[in-house]
Design a protein around this ligand. Sequence first.
Ligand code: ADP
Ligand code: MG
Length: 500
Amino acid sequence: MSDLHIDLTAPNGLTFKQPLGLFIDNEWVSSSKGAKISTINPANEEEICAVHAADSNDVDKAVEAARRAFNGEWRELDTSVRGELLYKLSDLVEQHGDVLATIDAMDNGKTFQAARNVDIVGAIALLRYYAGWADKIHGKVIDPNPDKLAYVLREPIGVCGAIIPWNFPLLNIVTKLAPALAAGNTIVVKVAEQTPLSALYFANLVKEVGIPAGVVNVLNGAGREVGSAIAAHPGIDMITFTGSTPTGRQVMKTAAGTLKRVTLETGGKSPLLVFPDADLEQAVRWGHRGIMSNQGQVCSATSRILVHADIYDTFVIRFKAEVEKISKVGDPFQSDTFQGPQVTKDQFNRVLSYVEAGKQEGAQLVCGGAAFKNVGGKGLYIAPTVFAGVTDSMAIAQEEVFGPFVVIAPFHDEAEAIERANSTIFGLGASVFTRDISRALRVSKKIQSGTIWVNSSNDDDVRVPFGGYKQSGFGREMGEEGIEPYTITKSIHVNLNSKL
Ligand code: ADP
Ligand code: MG
């Protein structure tokens, strides 16, 4: 018996074998110094297990394995075979879907239903979408005159470093791994130390499906240690990061030492605009889901609602009624629960500190604002919180809270709505509710944001690119554009006739 696996029984009675080690070169190994980090179930605040935590020596080993794999069999593989492997991996994720969803619900606090229907369904869709791309990534020919033939190859960039947050533990990894592997790269993944378990379980599926050793390496560990070792590593060719804006800045600085390519998907304060001609019931329902889903822990959550003054009071009343109707907060494994606990004590405290800030700044607390415990007096639960009468200068109107916390404010005309929608450092998502097609398209053009949803919110799709404007990051994930960060262009000039 080693400490590299443990038999776990989840709160829903499911039993499974949970890996606890570092996954390097298709083997489970201990961290070089034997360090471990506990992971907690936020629903009861109890330790689930302790997981090996890498340090920079382990990063070196993972990078060596990834480099060997990149220079070896993986590089030689027919692109269709690479696609088949990704497709088979999607089948395995589907077969193990209940266990993976159970793990994410237990480790992160999200509801089992959401884990099953969003995280796991999304991971399967991404693997299948990029499996299809694997044999369709190719360059082009440029033949400008009879003397010259040039052709352009799109090669894999090499060893990718992926740094992942805790809000969609498995889905965040697959978002990066699927296009990276489809394009022929190898990868070193650093999971979030708050939610490492589903990634480790997934690594076993990578091995089972027959992806060669070293192509995928998964390390748990602290951000400052392992994350920055990956960002700084001279053997890593690109970094793909998802997380907070301050950490994204840090990653970019660290990566600058080796001038490696960086893509960042960072924070947001995404607006949702409701014009007077909107379908009010639909605006309320989408607006509620757009902020309260996943405990409000979504980078593109529509956390800032701007409503035309003529319908503002009605909207606030109806939004409050929707919160009261839908937001059953509690046990993530109960099928009628809409909202589980916040992921960690730090996040829980962060949200509560913004409740205090809102009150002190003079915003009007419409509902929520309080923490509460589940049965047994445990759990990091926060009642869904709505502030109205919020002005743009308040911290709660500008800063990303990352919780079940929304601010609502009135506007008076279209120009003002657009100006205020754009008046943050972020630009990840924005929703526009109107029945006027011209207005919808006009406003969509003027909002500085990587994604606009017309008459919906967070209605994303694996076939459509996603990413930020401004300090919400750069580079795109999903869709055809999602392959770009993982390929590098090589131009070959062939001299056909001309002599020097
Ligand atoms: P949060 O603060 O909500 O945990 P972060 O953006 O800090 O979000 O975390 C996203 C990922 O970045 C995590 O895997 C975390 O461990 C990692 N990370 C944190 N600090 C650093 C750092 N200085 N360099 C690289 N990665 C980091
Ligand atoms: Mg946890």
